[in-house]
Structures are given as C-alpha cells and as structure tokens.
Design a protein around this ligand. Sequence first.
Ligand code: GLU
Length: 498
Amino acid sequence: MTSPSTRPVRTRYAPSPTGPQHIGGIHTALFAWLYARRHGGQFILRIEDTDQKRSVPGSVDLILQALDWLGMDIDEGPREGGEFGPYVQSERLALYQTWAAELVERGRAYKCFATPEELAEMRKLGAGYDRRYRDFPADRVSELEAQGLPFVIRFKMPLGGVTIGDDMIRGPVEFDNEQLQDAVLLKSDGYPTYHLAHIVDDHHMRISHVIRAIEWLPSFPLHIQIWRALGWNMPQYAHLPVLLNPNGKGKLSKRKQQFAEADGKNVPVLMHEFIDAGYLPGAVMNFLTNIGWNYGDDVEIFSTAQAIKRFDLKNVSLANSAYPIAKLDWLNSQYIQRAPADELCRLLKPILEAAGYAVDEKRLRQVIPLLRVRLKSTRDVAPMAGFFFADWASFEAPSADILIQRKMNRDSTADVLRGAMPVLQELESFSHDAQHSAVAAYAKTIGYKNGQVFGSLRAAVTGQKVSPPTFETMEILGKKESLRRVKLALQSISDSET
Ligand code: GLU
C-alpha cells in the first residue's frame, strides 16, 4: 500500500443533487479543485444521489453549469466519464450492497429489524438507537429475514475507547467512541447512506484527499472505523470551515435573504444568481478563494493561476468566515477594469442582445474603453450604453427635464446648446480632446461651469442622465449625428414651452 502522502493526488466534489447549487458547496468544490491543480492531480465530480427523496431533477446540470462558468475543469465525472465510473451513486448500488454484506460477514455490521414505531419510541427516550439487534442470535436473524421483514444494516461502532483522526487543517482530533451510534450503512430499500457510500466510492475511485465541509467532522470517527473495518488505506481528510451569514451569525442560509450588512440588499447565495447578476467569473473565483484562505502579502486581487501556485490546505482558516459579500462588488469592478477587450466583448454582447439591441462588434469595441471604469456589473451595460446600438435614425430627443442641468432652466439650456453648435461644427478633428478644449473655452466665455455645459450636451446626445462621458460619446457618434441630436434637443425644449 502506498502511504497517503505519496499517492497521486485525486480530490473530488461530491454534491447531493438537491436543487440549485449553493455557494457553500461551490466553495468546497473550489478548495478541492485548487488542491488537485496545485499538485498536478485529478479532480473528480461524483453525484451523491442516494437520498432519492431529496433528489431534484435538473440539479446536475446546475452543478455542471456552475463549475464550467467558474472554469473549474473536471477530469472525471458523469459527463466526462473516466475509468472509475459510473460517477453517480444510484448507478453503483450493487457495489455498496456487496460491501455492506461483507461487513456483516466479518462481524463488523449487523442487520437491524427495528420498526419505525420502535425507533420513534427510542427517540422519545432521547438516547438514540439502543443497539437491540447488535448481538441478536444468528438463527433469529435468519428467521426474521425468512419472514420477509425489512431490515437495515448498521455498523458496529466500538463501544469504548477513543478514535483519533488526522485532519489536514486542524491536526489530530480525538473522539470518544461512546458518543457514537451504530450508524445505518444500508437502508431497507437497498440504498446506502452517505457513511458507507462515500467510503466505498472514495476507495474505488482512488481518492487521495477528502476535502469536505466541517459539518462532517462529528462523523469522522465513524468513518475512520468503517475504513478500518473494510481494511482499506484511508485518504487524508480535511474539514473546511463554513460560510456564515454576512453578520457572522449562523450558517449562510440556503435561501436568498436581505442583510443589513449588505445595505439591505438581497445577497446572492445560489450560483445562478451570481451568473445572472453580471459578475465576472474571475471576480467570483477570486472572491471565493479569499474566503477561509488568503493569498498572503495583503494581496486581494489575484488570478486563479496565481492562487493555484500558492494554495495549501495548511493555511485554511479554522474559524468559520462571515460572508464578505460587500467585497464582491468592488472586486467585480476591478475585474471589469482589467478584463481583456475580447472577454468583455464576449460577455457584454449577449446582454445587449437580450435587451433588444443589434450589436455591431466593431462599435462595441469602440464603446468598451468608455465602460470599463463605469460598470459595476455587466448588467449595467444595457441602461448605460444601449443607446449606441439602437437605430440612430430613430433617436428621440429627451424631454426638457432630462436636458436641464442643475441651476439652469429652459432658456439657459437652449442658449448653451445653441451656442455650442457652431463651436463643435467648426472643429476639424472631432476627437474628444479637441471637443473638450473647445467646449471648455466656450463655457468660460459664456460664464457657465463646465459641468453645466458638458451635462447639457451629454443629455442631448444620449437622452440619458447617466452615460459614458460626453465627448468620448460624441466622438463615437460622430460630428454629424451629434449635431443632429443637439438640434433635436433644442426642438424638444421649444416644444415643451408651448
Ligand atoms: N454528499 C455530501 C454532501 O453533499 C458530500 C460530502 C463529502 O464531500 O464527502 O455533503
């Protein structure tokens, strides 16, 4: 047998397909993936659907969508295949049944015929299952079985002593065996429980490191005992801290909630909410990697490739982390500022198209430099810059209330716009710099602030209160179209007077 530390690294993400993918699960997946990539190992996706009542159709697609979107590539899984498949537990039932029977054979597990009523009685007494079938005579077991009574298979947990485990994050952990129950390994419908199934699979799939949420730590001694009873070489285990609600209280809820700490906003917790909200995958990866682990050197922005080079389970925090959602908006705007034009083009085009614009890619590339520093989310692109992609010929001048700037009125707005027209008309180069100097000089002569004059023009040519900067916008629209729009604005002001 190879020792755990020299085995080829193979980690897995083993979600139960119970609905939309929660960010907590993805955080676990990410750490398992980073560890595999750090060590040139393999990352496996395994679907743990042995609780048939909780399985929700379509969940696997959402899991794959989340991993794909974040760029966590999978080496083996239900879609990819692989030599240790199938990678869906409900397709491996015979294997669990064989090993459960083997444990019974070895005297390490037993058939238990306790009825639901009996179990309810025991629960009422508060001490859990009383092990009444643990030492039941073999001939009586055969009798009950012959009568066709349903049974489960339970593990014979040692009744005393301690189990010591080694956790990669917290070091040695010790448990009193007395505290543990004789857990069910195989249910009466022939489906295994998580306890048995994950061990059988991690063994057969040659998993070297089980990286999972801390909620499994209390069952760790049970799992260690099952590994021993099966006589298999145990992988190393790491129990990750969980994400807490943004206020640091309680585990991050499954449902979307409003939190005061996040300005009363709905906090995204499901992966598709991150996708829909217009976050960049790189920003979300950076955000998640930084929860419970940090890059070091006070560096907050790093690429996945950089994280892979440094990632180590030993530096994962022991404490659970409050969900630092406020960081995500900041990170996202940083990522938008730095994203290559190609990537932004690819991300923004479908959003504009979905908003009903016909997107000319050449124009989008002209507009992207104007948007970089202004977009908090890719979703902002349509309200901010959709007008570039609308049919210019059918541009409608905005109403007077959009055109009129602070401390101005109809007349002064009309004067300013009218006076600006020849200034722009005379320009030889219509570059934004040339426009800027000419219009700033013009503002000075007429005694208005730059903001008032630039703002009037901006509203005139975009029809919006919020948009990219005036002169960059006009440069893209061109002189003729810009002046046509200013003229339409003048018309709109005079129409509003009548
Ligand atoms: N199916 C288990 C869960 O979703 C997997 C835990 C593990 O990674 O072993 O919690």
